[in-house]
Design a protein around this ligand. Structure first.
Ligand SMILES: [Zn+2]
Length: 95
């Protein structure tokens, strides 16, 4: 059996971010155009590098193996005015 280390996967949302992500229409705060969703990740091997205080989930045994973990994060871009916002910025935006 091979013991290659498949990266674990980590997502992190606050409750507010989750709600926005699932239920809200993603319109650009500047020009109201519909924004496009993107996702990127950073790879880390330390749980202390991950954001804390969030509702998140680790894939099974992500850190118990000491292997790398992909921490995903979502952001949105506007095709019209080229603005870019993180999920956090949008979820906590006033108004
Ligand atoms: Zn825009």
């Amino acid at each position: 059996m091979s013991r290659d280390r498949k990266p674990g996967i980590y997502y992190s949302f606050t409750y507010k971010e989750m709600f926005y992500f699932l239920f809200r229409k993603k319109h650009c705060p500047k020009c109201q155009s519909v924004m496009e969703k993107h996702k990127n990740y950073t790879i880390t091997t330390k749980s202390s590098d991950l954001p804390t205080g969030h509702y998140g989930g680790y894939s099974e045994s992500a850190f118990s193996t000491g292997g790398p973990v992909k921490a995903y994060k979502y952001f949105f871009t506007c095709n019209n005015c080229k603005s870019e916002y993180t999920l956090k910025e949008l979820a906590y935006r006033k108004g």
